[in-house]
Design a protein around this ligand. Structure first.
Ligand code: NAG
Ligand code: NAG
Length: 350
């Protein structure tokens, strides 16, 4: 009789547990309230099939910089969540043996398991020793392992300047930035870079390019016109939205189409063509880069000597977030897959 009741309890528990999705397990457990609110912010990670997910508990996520739990950092948060998921694989606690290498959600990097007498631990390029603190939770669509530290993806140790160097096709912009001394600006907190690709520069009249490269004032104005103060993810952009640049002259965003054909354009509200955002939401620790198919111009082209004379905002330096150069070495191999992942990811979101 006793065992019957025990079975009634345990078996029912097993059935109920297995019937829940991973998301339900997270939402119904008091240990994961921060993880649940992160999912509220960015939506459930889109994946097909079964997954293994590492579930950082509230003690772990209370150490996450709270800016990442705001809509302005939604792409960062998506990257963080994706780095906790092994797609298409159910790895029970027993399967996580010493030396096991886990390939996390496309392009976010890999994670190494260490098992010894004190427990089962996980480390990646930019975090170490996250320990499994609870037995696995079996869900209808996968398995979850509670951990006492969050997994930190390498992308979020890069500054915007690092990112521009890692992603191919931005040599022109990088050269201009290096010549202008604006590098510190790209290491500062909370910036959004509208980055014209090399192809964008190649399509400009040679005369204009030579003016930009030879005239420091034109060059610096042009660069500042591609920097927004604050983190502006694609999700936050609305049709007709004007945003102030570091130059002190606004840009205007327009949106056409919906769903998968949604396209975002940016232009100078009083001059020039609308330029499309090609690959958006590339995350770095201090902001976001949106790659542009063209160059935003601050005013009429060459010969007419008429640079925009608006006050130049030189945002105050934030000493607390100066780049120390201590970030871990960059894994160039992840970048190609980072892009495929981003494209894959956002094809679900738009
Ligand atoms: C960056 O943005 C976040 C969120 O908007 C804010 O909490 C933080 O204070 C900002 N940092 C700086 C240096 O402006
Ligand atoms: C077990 O591994 C963890 C993670 O690498 C490490 O921090 C810990 O010191 C190890 N413990 C022993 C007893 O080796």
């Amino acid at each position: 009789m006793k065992s019957f009741f025990l079975c009634l309890l345990v078996c029912q528990f097993l059935v109920v547990t297995a019937a829940q999705t991973l998301e339900e397990i997270i939402r119904r457990n008091d240990a994961f309230t921060i993880l649940a609110s992160a999912i509220d912010l960015v939506g459930w990670i889109p994946f097909d099939g079964e997954v293994t997910m590492f579930l950082p508990n509230d003690d772990a996520l209370s150490l996450l910089d709270s800016k990442y739990l705001t809509p302005a950092y939604a792409p960062h948060l998506k990257t963080i969540l994706a780095y906790h998921i092994v797609p298409d694989m159910i790895l029970s606690f027993d399967a996580l043996t010493d030396g096991y290498v886990l390939d996390m959600y496309a392009g976010t990097g890999s994670v190494l398991a260490t098992v010894n007498e004190t427990g089962t631990f996980f480390s990646g390029a930019s975090f170490s020793d996250a320990r499994v603190v609870n037995l696995e939770r079996i869900a209808s669509n996968g398995i979850g392992h509670e951990v006492d530290k969050f997994f930190w993806p390498s992308q979020l140790t890069w500054t915007l300047l690092d990112l521009a160097g890692i992603v191919q096709g931005f040599d022109q912009v990088l050269q201009l930035v290096a010549a202008s001394g604006l590098e510190e600006e790209l290491k500062e907190e909370n910036r959004t870079i509208l980055a014209p690709s090399d192809l964008a520069f190649a399509s400009l009249p040679a005369q204009f390019v030579s003016q930009v490269t030879s005239d420091p004032e034109v060059r610096d104005d042009l660069l500042r016109y591609h920097i927004l103060i604050g983190s502006l993810p694609l999700e936050a952009i609305t049709d007709g939205m004007q945003v102030m640049t570091a130059l002190g002259v606004p840009v205007v965003f327009t949106i056409s189409g919906e769903g998968n054909s949604r396209q975002i354009f940016v232009s100078n509200p009083s001059y020039g063509d609308a330029i499309s955002v090609e690959t958006g939401n590339l995350v770095a620790k201090n902001g976001i880069t949106h790659a542009l198919s063209g160059v935003l111009e601050t005013g009429p082209r060459p010969s007419v000597e008429n640079p925009v004379a608006g006050p130049v905002n030189s945002p105050a330096n934030d000493p607390s977030e100066s780049s120390t150069g201590s970030s871990s070495p960059i894994d160039h191999r992840t970048v190609a897959s980072l892009f495929s992942w981003l494209l894959f990811y956002f094809s679900f979101r738009y």
